[in-house]
Design a protein around this ligand. Sequence first.
Ligand SMILES: [Fe+2]
Ligand SMILES: [Fe+2]
Length: 267
Amino acid sequence: MERYLRTPIKEIIGKHPAVGAVLEEYRIGCVPCSVGTCLLADIVEIHDLSPEDEGTLMARIAAVVAPGQVAALPEPRTRRPEATRKYSYSPPMKALVEEHGRIKRFLAVLPSVIDRFDARSEADRGLVRGGLDFVRSYADRFHHAKEEDILFSLFDPDLDILKAMREDHERGRAFARAAGEALARGDGEGIAANLRGYAGVLSEHIRKEDEILYPWMDRNLSMRQVGELFARFRAVDERFEEDRKKYESFVGRLEDANAETLSEVSR
Ligand SMILES: [Fe+2]
Ligand SMILES: [Fe+2]
């Protein structure tokens, strides 16, 4: 088993596809991940499983890769108690999670904006324009820039998990770009397909950051680095203050408009 811990996960899944299904059960998304050169040992570390889950996961993987053999399983690592282990973020990381909250509220309204979009309506085109402005300015220039320019710079840029996160950002940007081009040519189907693609990438990306990346980063940052992050994020917040307020109120207005339309429809 020790040998497998030092093997890239994609190589293990390639030889033993059932391992991918076992990882999926633990919500460890190595199968759809486009990087996937993480070692099995890294995955156990990054996902910070409970000792019980780690033991069961290892036993199940051992049963797939070496069936019928008595595998020498690694001892689960000692960790903080379960109650304090899950998602207690440092202050700067908490700020990013709150920004995710705003982006998730936008993503929650997006399906009804898409469903009722009429390319002939200037109001609908304006709504999509506003949504794309939120995506480019708030989600990308503000939030993703904080991550890429500040947070990620505290870690080794060659880490697979960071490559995977940057790739998600790029995929989101490509969908937003394509949605903008579809809007310019009045292509309703193109807008819908690309906004749906964007929502799919971002929803999963945010889940990975909230549940895996940020807790793992918090465990690896020193107090001095947390302080540095806090100060640098605050400087960005101050520089972006006017726009931040504008986009926060945009999400609220979008939710209100959506609720009104839905109530009109149900009347
Ligand atoms: Fe991100
Ligand atoms: Fe994020």
